[in-house]
Design a protein around this ligand. Structure first.
Ligand code: SF4
Length: 111
């Protein structure tokens, strides 16, 4: 499948998944488009749409936690930042993703 078509398939599939988790695609359309393209290229190269901003380790158990959308595995951290690591998804109430910042996992308050 050509890249543009696969991007749209993933966009539609992921939108439904993240909606149930309280997230949406970033309103930064250029960023979303770029990251979706990276996911398509990684899926083609490695077999799954691995996170564009995380390194694949070769350990299946660890790598399954960075297949997009990886929100369920990193829920507390992402909820605290109101976005995922890459910024592809943000909380539904976020209108300005540029106001968000990355927060290291060890700075997230305990549950
Ligand atoms: S950090 Fe975001 S873009 Fe990366 S895999 Fe997780 S949900 Fe997808």
């Amino acid at each position: 499948m050509e890249t543009a078509k696969r991007k749209e398939v993933l966009r539609s599939w992921f939108a439904g998944v993240v909606d149930k988790l309280g997230y949406k695609f970033t309103p930064d359309a250029g960023m979303a488009d770029f990251l979706l393209e990276q996911l398509v290229l990684l899926e083609r190269k490695l077999g799954s749409p691995y996170c564009p901003c995380q390194a694949v380790t070769g350990c299946r158990e660890a790598d399954m936690k960075i297949v997009c959308p990886c929100i369920p595995y990193h829920r507390r951290h992402f909820d605290h930042m109101k976005q995922c690591w890459c910024g592809l998804y943000v909380h539904k109430d976020v209108t300005d993703p540029s106001a968000l910042r990355q927060i290291p996992a060890d700075e997230v308050p305990p549950a």
